[in-house]
Design a protein around this ligand. Sequence first.
Ligand SMILES: *Cc1c(COP(=O)(O)O)cnc(C)c1O
Length: 235
Amino acid sequence: MDTVANISENIARVEERIAAACRRSGRRREDVKLVAISKTRPAEAIRAAFAAGVRDFGENRVQEAQAKFPALADLRATWHLVGHLQSNKARIARETFHWVHSIDSLRLAEKLAQAGPPGGACLPVLIEVNLGEEAAKAGVRAAEVEELAAQVGRLATLELRGLMVIPPFLASPEEVRPYFRQLRDLAREIEARHLPNVSMQELSMGMSHDFEVAIEEGATLVRVGTAIFGERQSQ
Ligand SMILES: *Cc1c(COP(=O)(O)O)cnc(C)c1O
């Protein structure tokens, strides 16, 4: 695990790579949000990243986040849930996170919606798509996204903002590019249907080893863990 001292250097390097990918693809830096994936990392590491300018953090487990957050309550950070969420944890997820990237069923969306304050702020959510149709992965198949998007659009207190993908692991980022492109094309197709209360502006795609390719293909949220915090011990 990298020391806390390395984190700001790592972030500077990630920032350079983001900026270069934006230049190559004619995109603006402010249109890509860096979400530092802090699962398994201690509070000091998160503080170091915050001190280096990161404001968005992602966790993949509700319970881990719940345990960690009291020590970080003073940080004005935005917390993203990027891991699979069971609908029986929807209420606590809603209390804990500002964004949920992993909507994969109507039941989960309904539970999250019911947990929201009536007339209160909407929770931005993304639908997770299992483009590789891998049995072990969460997410809905591409063919099911439009129907789920229409249904989520009808739920009060949620704001559907786009799609998320965790593509199959492939050694070369170039091999992953078609998946990113497919997610972008799917978002455009759904946007063209003009479903009520459905926006497809956000694409959550790209991790440490492939975020540059993801940015070239239109990512608006990149989820970067290892390249910021170093190798993880577990998970
Ligand atoms: C862990 C995780 C990441 C970050 O992966 P790295 O390879 O460490 O950058 C991104 N997205 C999700 C959903 C994750 O669980």
